[in-house]
Design a protein around this ligand. Sequence first.
Ligand code: 2P0
Length: 328
Amino acid sequence: MRITAKANSNIALIKYWGKRNSDLNLPAVGSISVTLEGLSTQTTTRFETGLQNDRLLLNGKKESGPALVRITRFLDIIRNTSGVSLKASVESNNNFPTAAGLASSASAFAALAASASKAAGLNLSDAQLSELARRGSGSAARSVFGGYVVMHRGERPDGSDSIAEPLAEKNFWDIRLCIAITTEKAKTINSTVGMTQSKASSVYYPAWVDTAETDLAEMRSALLAKDFQKVGELSEYSCLKMHALAMSGRPGVVYWNGTSVEVMHAVQSLRQTGIPAYFTIDAGPQVKVLCLPEDENRIKVMLQEIPGVLRVLKTRPGDGVQIIEATE
Ligand code: 2P0
């Protein structure tokens, strides 16, 4: 079978940073995210006779380096589970620039997990799909689901409870996100490396892990109560806390550029004028601004006027992973 799946990216409001097991990619802390409409990856997989190696076409370009190694490792998990021994041809396209530092591994591995597992004849439940996607990338486990999503740290050594589950569907609450793009360049320290450094060397790391459950519980109740101020405050708090952790490693990692800092100040100033807006930032320099639908357009204009902001994308809660085509 030749299977095409589509998955959206997501943004964590309570951040994941750090692993309790690197081999199985088990997170040290849970997280809460929103799946983002319109920032998607579409991936087609087919296991084929006659291939000596897996083949990866990423945004139209044939990959042979680390990207292919990572995909082959992931496909090996599916081959081991399904009994299919054939190599696969994988074609993946992002509808947003991969190098822009928006979370592409989340949508990429959610789409690949869905397309490759089905192409290998597996019919996985959503929970199993989330577990599989996590092996590719921690944040991908969340992109299996739409709307508001919680990712569990889990306790079991085999990782079967380190999975995401829906918290509320996308129409539960209409919030908006404006994404200020501050560079088109790829980041230099990827998340896996950054979080490994934090765990190995930051004196803040134990506190980060110890306080995670409290942050998750507070965010869960604020979200379910649709308390925008609380959700926004907790989002900024978790973002700054994660970045403080990344900065406090040896060596420390600063994911922001000067414009990221300008945008953070602008968002906090905007709040002083009575407009509810809150920032969150992943392991990169782009700033995502949470706002209400009625403020979205003026916030976009305000962000575009900040020197260094290249462009602004608008997004909102979106769907989970979907199979969009299946052919023999
Ligand atoms: C998150 N990030 O919760 C956090 C916040 C970035 C900052 O998950 O090593 O690509 O593949 O599991 O999922 C990005 O890290 O890391 C991420 P791996 P991933 O969204």
